[in-house]
Design a protein around this ligand. Structure first.
Ligand SMILES: Cc1cc2nc3c(=O)[nH]c(=O)nc-3n(C[C@H](O)[C@H](O)[C@H](O)COP(=O)(O)OP(=O)(O)OC[C@H]3O[C@@H](n4cnc5c(N)ncnc54)[C@H](O)[C@@H]3O)c2cc1C
Ligand SMILES: *[C@@H]1O[C@H](CO)[C@@H](O)[C@H](O)[C@H]1NC(C)=O
Ligand SMILES: *[C@@H]1O[C@H](CO)[C@@H](O)[C@H](O)[C@H]1NC(C)=O
Ligand SMILES: *[C@@H]1O[C@H](CO)[C@@H](O)[C@H](O)[C@H]1NC(C)=O
Ligand SMILES: *[C@@H]1O[C@H](CO)[C@@H](O)[C@H](O)[C@H]1NC(C)=O
Ligand SMILES: *[C@@H]1O[C@H](CO)[C@@H](O)[C@H](O)[C@H]1NC(C)=O
Length: 659
């Protein structure tokens, strides 16, 4: 963020309706009481020196004790609501912290004038939530036909949602309220959306929001791009911190830590996969990121573990992290690395987003530029094709049987299998199967035995091979652009360990289980991948189930928009208690991927965090005794519940209360 944009934010503040003073918010100047507004109160930030050049511009603007002392001196109304946590607070306020989070309409919900003070202190960064679909509702003051048409036309593109302060790409969890598609037939309500959002461009704004939420027992949500599949980046009545605009990225030629010496990127919290890959191309390196261009790299992706097209070779996204800058629940800004705040450094690398603080940037290692070889293909079976289902399954089975060998060579085999519907048949799309640092000749040699088996089966298929000398071109040429924001859909996931391939009885059972779930109507998005950490990676909180996995599968399904409640209940229960149960039974002790997991996963602590759970929970309690941060299935989330939910699906439409 440039200083000028901060000044611009200040000017804009005067145009915001929020800046209109309703109550008597005042400051004392020369012994006189005058109204507090953006002309009399500067944003609560101190621009810190950074002689070692380790901070981004956004991180140099911090909330400090000196800033708060000045505001106190000025006798700004309600300034104490922005104080940092003090050590005796947990005990003194235990009664507050054991109550439901304060919601709009509650006696203790902050009045408009208090929100105004908050807005002034952030330099005009506070946004009163307007759902993205509001522009499609004629009976609402935000109606705008042109904007509505634009949103409807681009609804399934991730950028549509990432560019909005509160929109999420799984609208199910905000209650599918104020959907733009329903503009003519319903009314727009806030539903499970937060009430306010802070558009963060400085660390100080994040600190103010964390302190404010903690001191007033408000529900706090961290929202980056809104990609989350479990409803973690939304919540009714919450204050949301929007990190999407923290877009700094810098290349460090030679970073040095106890375990690593080499090139690195320092990535602001708003950096998305596309930003990362573009920068990697520019600097001639290879970076570890996800497959979808819009995912937030240092937001939920790395915090959750992060699987990547090069994970079988270089480990998970979290294994790349060298240093983390984060605002902790007490409101302080700290750095966590191999030497400082070691528990936090361990926990944030895999222990989940929105749990231990607000990450403002991460420094990650990068790897040399390298070649990528691979293949894509699509196989259709059933009516109207020349592939009978039994040949389709035989081909898949032959492929599945070879997974450990492929993963050991560094494979990323990303494909999806969809049942085609009542008429029968399946579609299997490989999108793509690739190996980093392998020549096309070697790649073809690797896949030829499988393709020979397919030919012997009589399967007709048309593989499209490729080779590129860098990742960016591989990725832009052979990966799909994924649609988002589907309604009435839920997914879950399972990690299948290599040991399931060790004996033929277990392997046959594994294969027949996966097949049975697909035959029952589930989609199956599969990754032939092994997420082992390369030697020398400092230990972290990545789900141990990733380390010995050779297959990672996402499954799930949907229901008709107008389905009766019992059908919706059936579809949801089937995912968790039938399909999920079959996978749990064949992979005892393994788990699911928390970023793409089942929000109703029974025993989610074991499934998403494995043997790390107890330590993660201890760190959570020590870092956040106030429970400022909460997200569904996050560490410690089992001590809270959302009011008014079905027992087969937790949305973010109710109040957050302690159990
Ligand atoms: C189309 C699509 C493709 C995907 N592809 C991949 C893939 O290839 N590999 C993979 O591993 N995952 C993939 N994912 C899953 C993705 O990693 C998760 O959805 C991830 O949580 C997204 O993070 P985000 O910050 O972009 O999203 P958000 O929904 O904004 O946030 C997700 C979670 O992280 C928290 N969070 C966000 N920013 C911060 C922050 N600065 N500090 C603290 N907490 C924060 C939020 O509170 C929330 O709990 C994909 C998802 C989608 C929808
Ligand atoms: C506090 O106020 C004094 C006097 O106006 C000013 O010089 C100083 O820069 C302020 N400090 C901070 C941290 O804002
Ligand atoms: C805010 O300040 C006003 C005026 O001093 C006071 O009456 C009110 O209790 C304060 N509100 C909170 C939530 O502290
Ligand atoms: C509402 O109806 C009008 C026509 O009456 C149509 O142009 C518009 O697209 C509809 N809006 C939505 C959100 O479907
Ligand atoms: C890398 O790929 C390029 C094609 O993009 C090819 O010309 C070159 O020979 C490959 N190099 C190696 C080492 O395989
Ligand atoms: C496993 O399945 C294969 C192919 O379906 C079959 O040929 C083989 O006999 C089975 N092995 C065992 C031990 O059941």
């Amino acid at each position: 963020m440039a200083f000028s944009s901060f000044a611009r934010a200040l000017l804009l503040a005067s145009a915001l309706p929020l800046a209109t003073l309703v109550g008597a918010q005042t400051v004392t100047q020369n012994g006189e009481l005058i109204p507090a507004d953006e002309t009399t109160v500067a944003p609560a930030a101190q621009l810190l020196e950074d002689p070692a050049s380790v901070l981004s511009e956004a991180e140099r603007f911090q909330l400090t004790d000196a800033v708060l002392a000045n505001l106190t001196e000025l006798e700004l109304s309600n300034v104490s609501l922005f104080n940092f946590a003090s050590s005796d607070e947990v005990v003194a306020k235990r009664s507050i912290f054991n109550r439901c989070k304060t919601s709009p309409g509650d006696l203790l919900w902050p009045s408009k004038p208090i929100w105004t003070v908050f807005n002034i202190l952030t330099g005009g960064a506070l946004i009163e939530t307007v759902p993205i679909g509001a522009v499609c509702y004629k009976n609402n003051k935000h109606y705008n036909a042109a904007k509505c048409a634009n949103i409807l036309a681009h609804w399934t593109e991730s950028a549509t949602h990432a560019g909005d302060p509160t929109s999420v790409m799984s609208p199910l969890y905000q209650g599918e309220t104020c959907m733009p598609q329903a503009g003519n037939t319903s009314t727009c309500e806030l539903g499970g959306f937060p009430s306010y959002s802070v558009k963060a461009t400085t660390v100080s704004q994040i600190q103010l929001a964390v302190n404010f939420a903690r001191n007033l027992n408000l529900r706090l949500v961290v929202h980056n791009t809104g990609h989350d599949f479990l409803g973690k980046s939304t919540g009714a009545g919450a204050l949301s911190i929007w990190t999407h605009n923290l877009k700094s990225i810098s290349f460090i030629k030679s970073y040095s830590s106890p375990s690593y010496k080499g090139p690195a990127f320092k990535l602001g919290a708003g950096i998305q996969v596309l930003d990362l890959y573009e920068a990697a191309k520019k600097y001639g390196v290879t970076a570890v990121g996800g497959e979808c261009k819009g995912v937030g790299v240092t937001g939920g992706y790395i915090a959750g573990g992060g699987h990547s097209p090069i994970s079988s070779k270089y480990g998970m996204g979290a294994d790349q992290v060298l240093s983390i800058d984060v605002v902790t629940p007490d409101g302080r800004f700290v750095t966590a690395d191999e030497k400082n705040n070691k528990d936090l450094f361990w926990a944030i690398r895999g222990g989940g987003g929105g749990t231990f603080g607000v990450v403002t940037s991460m420094t990650v290692k990068v790897h040399p530029k390298m070649n990528f070889s691979g293949v894509t293909f699509t196989i259709l079976s059933g009516p109207g094709t020349n592939v009978p289902d039994n040949i389709f399954w035989a081909a898949l089975e032959a492929y599945w049987r070879k997974f450990p060998g492929y993963a050991a060579k560094g494979t990323y085999g990303y494909s999806s299998i969809f049942p085609l519907g009542p008429a029968g048949g399946y579609m299997w799309s490989m999108l793509p199967w690739l190996v980093p640092q392998m020549s096309l000749v070697d790649f073809k040699a690797m896949v030829t035995p499988l393709f020979d088996e397919w030919t012997a089966l009589g399967l007709q298929f048309e593989p499209v091979f490729f080779e590129h000398d860098n990742f960016y071109d591989t990725w832009t040429s052979h990966f799909p652009v994924e649609g988002v924001a589907n309604s009435n859909l839920r997914t879950a996931s399972r990690l299948f360990p290599i040991k399931n391939w060790a004996d033929e009885v277990t392997l046959n059972k594994t294969i027949s289980t996966i097949r049975s779930v697909i035959e029952d109507g589930s989609a199956f998005i599969q990754y032939n991948i092994n997420g082992a950490a390369p030697a020398g990676t400092p230990d972290n909180a990545v789900n141990p189930a990733w380390r010995d996995a050779t297959l990672y599968g996402i499954f799930g399904g949907g229901w008709a928009p107008d389905a009766p409640l019992e059908d919706i209940a059936f579809a949801n229960k089937r995912i968790t208690n039938d399909w999920g149960a079959r996978f749990r039974a064949i992979t005892p002790g393994s788990g699911g991927y928390l970023n793409e997991g089942d929000v109703m996963e029974p025993n989610f602590g074991q499934a998403f965090f494995g043997s790390n759970y107890d330590r993660l929970k201890r760190i959570k309690k020590a870092t956040d005794p106030w429970n400022v941060f909460w997200a569904p299935t996050a560490v410690g989330s089992e001590d809270w519940y959302i009011t008014g939910q079905e027992d087969w699906l937790t949305l973010q439409t109710g109040r957050l209360c302690p159990k």
